[in-house]
Design a binder for this molecule. Structure first.
Ligand SMILES: [Fe+2]
Ligand SMILES: [Fe+2]
Length: 379
C-alpha cells in the first residue's frame, strides 16, 4: 500500500506546524508568557514490566519495533491520536473566553490550563512523530488540522461550544476529570514512552480539575446564577463525558487491556482480572460516583432558596453505547421522540441561558466569589 508522505518529517517540522496552529486559531500567544517554554516531559517508569494482560511480566516496549504485533501498534497509534486531539480541541473551545475573565486570577488560571493542554498535545505529537513512522507523522499533522469550531474533532465533548465561564468551569471540573481517567488508564501502558508521558501530564491535569471545581464552588456560593441554569450546564457536559468512556461492551477496550496498552483506572489497586466485556462501564461508573460526590459537596453551599443540583441520568443525551440516540429524559424516563426533543430544549442551556451568563460577565456583576475571599462556612 502506498502511504502518502507527510509534510512532517522531523519533530522540528511538527513544532513549526504547532506554532502555525496557534496563529491559525487566533490564540493570543503573547499572553502565554515569555518565560514559558513548551517541552517534552518523560518521567521514570514505575515498573519496567508489562503490568497486566497477555504480556504481563515481560519487559515494557521502549520502541515500536519491540511491539510484538502490528495490531497493537495500530491500537497505540489510535489511543495517542485521540488523546492528542482532545488536548488541542480544548484550547480551541476555550480561547474565546480570555477577554471576559472575571478576575486576573481566573485569567491566569485559564492561560495556564490552555498552555498545559497545548503541552499535552505537544507530548502526543512527539510520540507520534518520534515513534510511529509515516503513519504517526500523518496523524501528528491531523492533531493540528481538525477544528472544534468545525466540529471535526474526534470526540463529541470536544466539538461542543464553550460559550462562557460557567461552561469553562463545568468543562474543567467534569471533562478534564474524564481526561484524568484516560491518562491514569494509560499510565501503566506496556508502551514505555506512553506510560512515561502520563505522570507529568497527570500532575498538570490536577490543576485543571481544581480550577473547575473551585470555580463552580465560587459560583454557587455567590448565588447569583440560579442553580436551575447551572443544572443545564451540568446536563450538557456530564452527559457527553459519559460517552468519553466508550462503548459498553467494547472490543477496543477488551484488546487494549489484553495487549497491556490501556488498563483500568488505578489498575495497580485491583487484585483480580476485570470482567473483560465491562471494562469501559467500570470506569464510567467510577467516574459517575466521583462526580456525584462533587455535586453533593456543591449542594452543601447552595443558598436555601435555590434548587439542589443533581446528576443527569446515565441514559440521557448519549451518542455512544446502548443508550445512544435513545430518547431518555435527564431523569432517566423513556420519552417519545417528540417529547424528547421538547424536553431537551428545557434541560440543556438555550440561547437565553448562554446570554444570561455572558451578560453577567460583561456587566461585571459580582456573579462569582472572589478567589481570595476566605471560604464561608457551609450552610
Ligand atoms: Fe490535558
Ligand atoms: Fe486538562
Amino acid at each position: 500500500m502506498l502511504v502518502k508522505k507527510s509534510r512532517v518529517q522531523t519533530f522540528d517540522d511538527w513544532i513549526d506546524y504547532f506554532h502555525q496552529w496557534r496563529v491559525d486559531i487566533g490564540y493570543p500567544t503573547d499572553l502565554i508568557g515569555a518565560d514559558y517554554t513548551f517541552e517534552t516531559k518523560l518521567s521514570e517508569l514505575e515498573s519496567d514490566e508489562v503490568e497486566f494482560g497477555h504480556f504481563a511480566g515481560q519487559r515494557k516496549w521502549e520502541k515500536v519495533s519491540d511491539i510484538p504485533d502490528q495490531r497493537i501498534k495500530d491500537a497505540l497509534l489510535h489511543l495517542i491520536e485521540f488523546q492528542g486531539d482532545t488536548e488541542f480541541a480544548s484550547v480551541e473551545q476555550q480561547k474565546g473566553l480570555l477577554e471576559r475573565a472575571p478576575t486576573k486570577y481566573d485569567l491566569d488560571s485559564m492561560l495556564r490550563v490552555n498552555r498545559e493542554e497545548m503541552r499535552h498535545g505537544w507530548q502526543m505529537g512527539y510520540l507520534l512523530v518520534t515513534h510511529f513512522g509515516d503513519a504517526g507523522k500523518q496523524r501528528s499533522e491531523r492533531l493540528l488540522t481538525r477544528r472544534a469550531s468545525e466540529r471535526t474533532r474526534l470526540l463529541g465533548s470536544f466539538n461542543e461550544p464553550v460559550n462562557n465561564w460557567l461552561d469553562f468551569f463545568t468543562y474543567t471540573d467534569f471533562i478534564d476529570r474524564d481526561g484524568k481517567y484516560q491518562l491514569n488508564m494509560l499510565s501503566r501502558s506496556a508502551f514505555a514512552p506512553l506510560a512515561q508521558s502520563m505522570r507529568p501530564m497527570l500532575q498538570e491535569e490536577a490543576f485543571h480539575l481544581l480550577t473547575g471545581n473551585a470555580g463552580l464552588m465560587r459560583i454557587v456560593k455567590a448565588g447569583v446564577i440560579p442553580t436551575a441554569i447551572i443544572q443545564k450546564y451540568f446536563n450538557k457536559w456530564i452527559s457527553t463525558a459519559y460517552d468519553l468512556f466508550g462503548q459498553d461492551e467494547s472490543s477496543t477496550a477488551y484488546w487494549a487491556y489484553l495487549w497491556g496498552v490501556k488498563g483500568r483506572y488505578d489498575e495497580h489497586l485491583f487484585d483480580a482480572a476485570p470482567d473483560m466485556n465491562k471494562i469501559n462501564d467500570v470506569s464510567r461508573n467510577q467516574y459517575y460516583k466521583e462526580v456525584a460526590a462533587i455535586v453533593d459537596a456543591l449542594n452543601k453551599n447552595i443558598k436555601p432558596d435555590q434548587q439542589k443540583l443533581v446528576m443527569p441520568d446515565i441514559k440521557f443525551n448519549r451518542a455512544v453505547g446502548m443508550y445512544a440516540g435513545q430518547p431518555y429524559s435527564v431523569t432517566g424516563e423513556l420519552l417519545s421522540p417528540e417529547e424528547y426533543e421538547k424536553h431537551k430544549m428545557d434541560v440543556v442551556p438555550n440561547e437565553a441561558d448562554v446570554q444570561f451568563v455572558i451578560n453577567l460577565e460583561k456587566e461585571k456583576t459580582p456573579w462569582i466569589v472572589d478567589p481570595n475571599q476566605p471560604a464561608t462556612p457551609a450552610r
